[in-house]
Design a protein around this ligand. Sequence first.
Ligand SMILES: Nc1ccn([C@@H]2O[C@H](COP(=O)(O)O)[C@@H](O)[C@H]2O)c(=O)n1
Ligand SMILES: [Mg+2]
Length: 308
Amino acid sequence: MFHNKNSTDDVFIRLEDVEPLCSENCKIKDRVYVESILNEFLKGGADRLQFVTDFDFTITKQRTSDGSPVLSSFGILNACESLPQSFIDESKKLHHKYRPIEIDPHIPVKEKVQSMIEWWTKTSELLVGFPLEQAEIDGIAYKYKDSLRDKSDVLFHTLDRLNIPVLVFSAGLGNSVVSLLQQANLMYPNVNVVSNFLQYKDGVLDGFQKPMIHTFNKNETALDSHKYYDLVHNRDHIIVMGDSIGDAGMANGVPASSHIIKIGFLYDHAEESLEKYMNAFDVVLIDDQTMDVPLAILNAVEKCKQPN
Ligand SMILES: Nc1ccn([C@@H]2O[C@H](COP(=O)(O)O)[C@@H](O)[C@H]2O)c(=O)n1
Ligand SMILES: [Mg+2]
């Protein structure tokens, strides 16, 4: 698997040696670039790595093998029976209107942004004036804790073992994200969740806490107040994972000298969207419902640990 280019060189890995990167559904636009970044990761080791990942349909699957549904973090909220029917009806209408825009390969991102701001703002405005217990969200999340990608448990355990910080950066509902991660035993101390959390006033809901995070502002603008990158400034080797084109920008605030591998999970409109995904992400996985690729990268980094 590992090669020495010559006696003085560091060990070197070829993409062909990393099996999940060679499968038919793994598309890489610039193999030379990905190979060079992978070898930088190997040289730097786990101490220079950090992990930035989306949640909905990235940590969770895009489809299950038995056809059982995967609820998004907002879907978990909508399944709470104590919510007024008027909220559920309005929320469904919004989903029906805005979700097709979000995933339409023919609408430019610039145009989508306005629609996404509308979607999240209207949802926040609907969530006002009625009570909702976290325990109810936990009850629904429990039922869906198995909808995470295959080997998510191994991935998160490995990241914890290697002390690699993980940022789960989600435009979904943070209360559901944290609940699902906790119930799947993935909420290790190295995991940080930045997302939209419910706000309460006088014991009833009062929309989302600020700043609002939508599909296309998941970058340094939304992260600013969280000072996340200050926390991990010495970790300039970054693995980014997402299922939406906007997720490719999640590490935009880091110094230009950083080395990044962006992994995109593609499922909806796969054929039509492939080119755009290949331009945005370094590695595009079509209908891959596992964590095999990020795990293979981590395994390579761990195996190649070099003596100081
Ligand atoms: N009211 C809403 C707003 C958004 N969504 C979906 O949530 C997804 C965002 O979550 P990520 O973890 O993937 O950032 C987004 O893709 C929207 O489709 C929703 O269901 N309801
Ligand atoms: Mg997503």
